[in-house]
Design a protein around this ligand. Structure first.
Ligand code: NAI
Ligand code: MG
Length: 356
């Protein structure tokens, strides 16, 4: 029996509520397969931990997490702790320390999910965003000079290394080649005259190694518009850290809302654990009511199964989510339903069991 050791950082707000459902689904899949199991270890890190200990995670948190096969994260952030602290001292540290340089975010419109565009076909919205995840605009490099003085100056530097830019673009080409789909690069070389000119150049260079992959390249502002007016242009998409962050929220809106958007932070070399998490935050406005939509966190659990090589189970979960949406009986209030978080998880597990 193979055992996958998974570190669970359920986090704040609705984090623990939605993660519980993902854990239930993963255990059900293991039970159905009978050849592997999950060993979940919970870490109480996040904003509550911060208010007690003055830090978001234990001092040796990264050391502790290193030994796991994967990390399953809910969300961190809560009123009272500044967002840049909760984000930087936990999430971004993990992404960087574990060299999770690929952020994979599917933007796929399932049948039954609400799309705000009136005249699109479901199959027209099927994108796979590959976002650079360890440097770029979120490098954390900068300075704050003459704080509070009249001549105050703030610098926030983008870092685009040759290694970092090449490897994310190459990963995207490999993915597009494997899937037999086109690859679109999104940048902004007209205004960002160093970083994005470089990005475009590297995209050109790497594309020569993949003559079979059809490519396109857009400026980020045009891309934001085209995602709304002509979404079917986008298949596999590669972009920088900031642009990917913003555009995948546009994508989430197109594909049924933030309650369905999932993401994987992957270290492709598997030297370190990869981390799976819903795109949404801790939703303090609905926390504690048991009505957070667990589908995004369950979708990210399916990405974990893909990562472990069980793509058949990843698909089983996505198919069940689609079936649940079509049925429309057991949905949380954000999807105009009246079910609770755990009722959604339970109904999904019934469907998975029936379909397996
Ligand atoms: P948010 O995603 O937490 O909430 C935005 C809106 O969407 C809210 O109205 C919320 O109720 C709703 N929503 C989000 N997820 C939902 C779900 N699963 N089911 C039903 N409704 C859902 O974003 P917001 O309000 O900007 O941030 C709240 C906190 O979360 C902040 O502290 C922020 O820093 C943090 N955050 C953390 C992230 C992470 O840990 N990965 C990502 C984004 C935000
Ligand atoms: Mg975001």
């Amino acid at each position: 029996m193979k055992t996958y050791k998974v570190a669970v950082i359920a986090g704040d707000g609705i984090g623990p509520e939605v993660i519980d459902e993902g854990v239930k689904v993963l255990n059900k899949i293991a039970e159905l397969d009978q050849h592997f199991e999950f060993d979940f270890t919970y870490f109480p890190w996040g904003c509550e931990y911060y208010s007690e200990h003055g830090k978001m995670m234990a001092e040796d948190g990264i050391e502790k997490l290193k030994e796991f096969d994967a990390i399953y994260l809910g969300a961190v952030g809560f009123p009272g702790v500044p967002d840049h602290i909760s984000l930087w001292d936990l999430l971004l540290i993990i992404r960087k320390e574990f060299d999770q340089y690929v952020n994979i975010r599917p933007v796929k419109l399932l049948e039954g999910a609400h799309c705000p565009l009136s005249d699109v076909k479901r199959e027209d919205i099927d994108m796979l965003f590959i976002r650079e995840n360890t440097e770029g605009e979120y490098s954390g490099a900068g300075d704050w000079l003459f704080k509070g003085k009249e001549n105050e100056v703030v610098l926030q530097n983008g870092v685009f290394s040759r290694k970092g830019t090449e490897r994310i673009i190459r990963y995207a080409f490999e993915t597009a080649k494997k899937q037999g789909r086109s690859l679109t690069s999104i940048s902004k070389a007209n205004a960002l005259n160093y970083s994005m000119v470089f990005w475009d150049q590297v995209f050109e260079e790497v594309s020569e190694e993949y003559p079979e992959v059809e490519t396109a390249s857009y400026l980020v502002d045009a891309a934001a518009m085209l995602m709304i007016t002509d979404p079917k242009r986008f298949e596999v998409v590669v972009t920088s850290n900031l642009f990917g962050d913003i555009l995948t929220d546009v994508g989430a809106a197109l594909a049924g809302g933030i309650g369905l958007a999932a993401g994987a932070n992957v270290n492709p070399e598997r030297k370190y654990p990869s981390m799976f998490e819903p795109v949404h935050g801790s939703a303090p406005d609905i926390a504690g009511q048991g009505i957070g939509n667990p589908l995004a966190s369950i979708w990210s659990a399916s990405q974990m199964l893909d990562h472990f090589g069980y793509e058949q189970y990843g698909k089983l979960i996505i198919d069940a989510i689609e079936q649940l949406l079509i049925e429309g009986q057991t949905l949380t209030p954000d999807m105009k339903g009246s079910a609770s978080t755990s009722e959604v998880g339970d109904r999904l597990i019934e469907m998975i069991t029936t379909n397996s």
